[in-house]
Design a binder for this molecule. Structure first.
Ligand code: ADP
Length: 720
């Protein structure tokens, strides 16, 4: 009972939790409370998905607030940050001010100031790292930092950011609450954070992991536990997915199938569309029709066209090629069980809370021809999606449709996630963070820099001399790139960031990105938009973006045939790839894509031309905006005024995807790149025209939209 914890927790929290509908604590929550973490000690909570870890963090935030401290909650994704922000806003009725810090990577001085007024702050990892680099004066009032999905510490591309957040918390003496479902070496991580470990295997919904083998005739054998299948004898079916879909539609639950390729999940959705369709009843069809109508108005037409015939049948796929809008609609419909079968890439398992009674793992190999098996950690993340508390009596995981033996199945079912290792010492991570620490003034002498990094997880397993060597090498690089300057003082070296270094750190870009931009701008007095956009496209901060396999492969082949014709030895070719000498390839493609985008080429055409998808274009556009802005700021910092002027203009064009003459019109709400061009073609060129030619606007866009647009234009004129 909650009341048993009154003396430990304060009345307000107990009352608040009751009001939220909780009547008791889950076992991991009780274990956590028993550690006495509310007195300030750090904890690492390792417990299955949906076992109530968030609430442990939430209690810590509320408790800190009641004691006059701030609390921060950090998550890997914007969508998760929104979810948590909405959840924690509950405490506003008890006087806590709750904020979410969003938007671009660069955190402005005003934003830092604004956050000073809040008690509970939710932010993504990158955003929080960026905030901490500013060393806000209010950081001394922060009582606790909750790190959601702590296993991300081991993530190849983002783990180092989590590590920096936790390291700073450690140095500043801030309590850390780390939450995760899948850590193989929690003892080690807890010991690094000087934290107590809370380990629990309690689940709100029982999870059955069902080994499923493929027989020689192509049929499947499922080995159910006795609880699910009276006599425990194996169940043979022709098609596992079909079997579960049939049961799902009849019994009213839904099925999620994971596969590691976009094309693969699209094919699955097509393959099972008719099966689901044939079982739908009238009520289902009615609800699906409404969903289809909604998608028609909310999504770009070419995306709607690809999905419509699937959605109508209660089926969809889900991957990063979809726009965020499409993903959101699909997620909601799946949660509401309007969509019965969803095939998804694992991005879904990393994201928002979206459980299903049955999770099918299509293959335990990554796709792409390779024969690399998925990790246990990865498997546990996917399996964790099975079973929805309050709705499902249990969750079922089909442990890979291509498992061949009991041993292979047990490798995953009984497996312990691989130990998490640090990613901070890669050159690309270290150069960012060493610069950040110097630019922020957190450490400026060689000795202090060493002390700072000796607090990292990476340092735990590494001799001081190895660490020292790595850091010295990075410092040399940063000097070479003109990001820092050093002076000998007494018997130590003092490091200071240059103007360029400070700007680079604040912009949250890789020092190498900044250096490439500087070099590119210096070489051209005047440049075309293609030049600017290719320049940012070849920087390492654009390297994670999907630019269409077809184009990439064509360029790679070209390079290879060049190497062959020149009879370059294999090692040299490999070196070219390893040195990323071919980043210009990516730069050229991105330059072309973004140039089309700012010249109002229709989205559909861009997507077809480059073999990318709507979701990719969105990411390219957002990344492009951030890096064009960064280039503009860098140009300004280095007094390259004409570049800076051109680049600032280009930022806005990338943001809206328009030519220069449409920039005023797209600032009006409800006016995007397409409507703006329609207006310009009819002689409406600015806000004044919209107002004075109201009848024409209404004629172009109809009574509803037309009037709305004019009204918005009027509001803008009043605001000036
Ligand atoms: P986790 O973070 O461990 O994945 P969540 O915190 O999201 O799990 O909790 C899963 C669900 O359980 C949520 O809907 C949450 O509201 C609910 N929950 C959490 N704690 C309790 C509790 N003590 N009693 C009842 N429901 C709870």
């Amino acid at each position: 009972m909650l009341d048993d914890y009154r003396n430990m927790l304060r009345d307000i929290i107990i009352d608040g939790l009751k009001e939220k509908g909780y009547s008791s604590f889950t076992p991991p929550q009780i274990e956590a409370l028993k550690t006495g973490f509310l007195r300030g000690g750090s904890i690492v909570v390792c417990a299955p998905t949906a076992s109530g870890k968030t609430l442990i963090g939430e209690i810590a935030l509320a408790y800190a607030f009641l004691n006059g401290f701030k609390g921060i909650y950090t998550t890997p994704l914007k969508a998760l940050a929104y979810e948590k922000y909405n959840e924690f806003s509950f405490w506003e009725k008890y006087g806590a001010k709750v904020a979410i810090s969003m938007g671009d990577y660069e955190v402005t001085e005003e934003e830092v100031k604004r956050l000073g007024q809040y008690d509970i702050i939710v932010a993504t990892y990158e955003r929080l790292d960026s905030i901490m680099r500013r060393r806000p004066p209010w950081i001394k009032n922060v009582g606790v930092i909750v790190i959601d999905e702590l296993h991300m510490l081991g993530d190849e591309s983002r783990g180092h950011i989590v590590e920096m957040i936790a390291t700073r918390a450690k140095i500043l003496g801030i309590q850390v609450i780390g939450l995760s479902a899948t850590i193989g070496n929690p003892e080690e991580i807890a010991s690094w954070l000087n934290a107590k470990l809370v380990k629990s295997s309690w689940r709100p919904v029982k999870l059955y992991e069902v080994p499923t083998y493929r027989a020689s005739d192509g049929s499947f054998v499922m080995f159910f536990p006795k609880e699910l299948n009276g006599d425990g004898s194996p169940v043979m079916v022709d098609d596992v997915t079909r079997y579960w879909i049939e049961r799902a539609v009849k019994e009213g639950f839904n099925v999620l199938e994971f596969k590691y390729s976009r094309k693969g999940v699209e094919e699955l959705a097509e393959q099972y569309r008719d099966v689901v369709c044939s079982y739908l009843n009238d009520d289902d069809r009615k609800r699906l029709e409404l969903l289809v109508q909604e998608m028609k108005t909310e999504l770009p037409d070419f995306e709607y066209e690809k999905l419509e015939h699937l959605i109508r049948c209660g089926v969809s796929y889900h991957h990063a090629g979809l726009t965020p809008e499409a993903r959101r609609v699909i997620e909601r419909a799946f949660r509401d069980r309007i969509i019965k079968y969803l095939s998804a890439t694992p991005t879904l398992a990393m994201g928002v809370n979206l459980p299903a009674r049955v999770v099918i793992i299509n293959s335990y190999y990554y796709s792409g021809g390779g024969r690399e098996k998925i990790s246990v950690l990865e498997y546990k993340q996917l399996a964790g999606r099975a079973g929805r508390p309050q709705y499902d009596p249990y969750g079922i995981v089909i442990v890979a449709k291509d498992i061949r033996s009991a041993r292979e199945a047990e490798y995953y079912i009984k497996g312990i996630p691989e130990p998490i290792t640090s990613t901070l010492l890669s050159e690309s991570a270290l150069r960012r963070h060493v610069l950040a620490v110097i630019a922020s003034g957190e450490a400026n002498t060689l000795n202090d820099i060493m002390v700072f990094f000796s607090n990292t997880f990476a340092a735990m397993k590494m001799g001081r001399d190895v660490l020292s060597k790595k850091i010295s090498k990075i410092l040399e690089l940063l000097e070479e790139l003109n990001m820092v300057r050093s002076r000998r003082i007494a018997n130590t070296s003092l490091y200071e960031a240059t103007k360029l270094g400070t700007a680079t750190s604040m912009l949250y870009i890789d020092p190498l990105t900044a250096a490439i931009i500087v070099e590119g701008l210096r070489r051209a007095e005047k440049a075309s938009e293609l030049y600017y956009l290719s320049l940012i496209g070849m920087t390492p901060d654009f390297s994670d973006v999907n630019i269409g396999r077809g184009a990439k492969k064509a360029y790679y082949d070209l390079i290879e045939s060049y190497a062959v014709s020149k009879q370059l030895p294999d090692e040299e070719l490999e070196q070219m790839f390893a040195d990323r000498k071919i980043d210009w390839v990516r730069g050229a493609i991105i330059g072309l894509i973004l140039t089309d985008w700012v010249n109002e080429v229709p989205e559909r055409r861009i997507i077809e031309k480059y073999g990318i998808e709507a979701g990719d274009l969105r990411v390219i556009k957002e990344n492009g905006e951030w890096l064009t802005y960064s280039a503009a700021v860098i140009a300004n910092t280095l007094n390259m005024q004409s570049h800076s002027k051109e680049l600032f203009k280009l930022v806005e064009r990338v943001e809206h995807g328009v030519k220069e003459d449409a920039l005023e019109l797209v600032k009006i709400r409800y006016v995007g790149r397409v409507r703006a061009r329609v207006m310009i073609n009819s002689g409406i060129r600015n806000i004044e025209d919209v107002i004075s030619k109201e009848h024409l606007v209404v004629k172009l866009f109809g009574d509803g939209w037309g009037k709305k647009i004019v009204e918005e234009a009027r509001k803008m004129r009043i605001r000036g």
